[in-house]
Design a protein around this ligand. Sequence first.
Ligand code: GDP
Length: 313
Amino acid sequence: MFTSLSDRLTATFKNLRGKGRLSESDVNATVRDIRLALLDADVSLPVVKAFTHAVRERALGAEVSGALNPGQQVVKIVNEELVGILGGQTRTIEFAKNPPTVIMLAGLQGAGKTTLAGKLARWLKEQGHTPILVAADLQRPNAVTQLEVVGERAGVPVFAPERGNIGGHDAVGPTGEGTRSFGDPVSVSRAGIEQARRAQHDVVIVDTAGRLAVDANLMQQAADIRAAIEPDEVLFVIDAMIGQAAVETALAFQAGVDFTGVVLSKLDGDARGGAALSVASVTGRPIMFASTGEGVKDFEVFHPDRMASRILD
Ligand code: GDP
């Protein structure tokens, strides 16, 4: 992903690098090229406008520093502005003072939430945490089984209602500790957190249901779960391949449930990806992680500065 954006920007900067002095028309031409490259990569229009405005103002006003020629100075400005769009500082999970830390996953069906749950759990486990996964996606018949498979791959336990009772009553927890009523996602989430407390898991990851498109029921269910479990982090998982719809979807989820961070999934794809890069900027929420494949290890902490360098390399 981002190869074409990266190639375009690199070509733009190539023309600049050797220049001893930059005229206003050099700056304008460069800013125009950057604008087209960003738009072609699907970066959202308001983000492109703010970005190119900032680059132009800074480039025209830039003092030539001793170490950098004017062309390099512009590249540095573009890099800094890109890091800003991508959220600035690296930020990952903030753990609760009193465990367990509760992390809720939200997003459309197919966004990659369940896959992400496994990756995140594995990553946490590697750092010495003792996560448990909670299957609160009771919408799709296969979702619970899928989470169990994912949990097994990650070597992490999964709390789920019993098959026959999905959507019904009286399910039994994974340890068989008793019969209780948790056939709906809110009760399953609550029971999962109770289970985490009992078994001393320090992180709970709650996988919630998605729909193919944003709808009122989906938002209400996610908002109800959020209100009931008061998660420390709500991660919004977005498929970077969905193009322009990424921004719209993110704004809908922000209005409906709100979230504390973003996970970009399917960054291994060959889509243009710029819309996903706009999500941090339009929502003001940091991109925390990137999913880069179907395997449990295809996961990385998102570093805005490294991503900017990768794009401008
Ligand atoms: P959910 O409905 O949000 O829980 O989405 P899933 O986790 O079930 O993922 C939907 C599909 O996308 C599955 O076939 C996953 O294997 C696939 N998938 C998830 N994350 C990635 C990723 O980062 N890269 C690729 N290539 N596929 C992914």
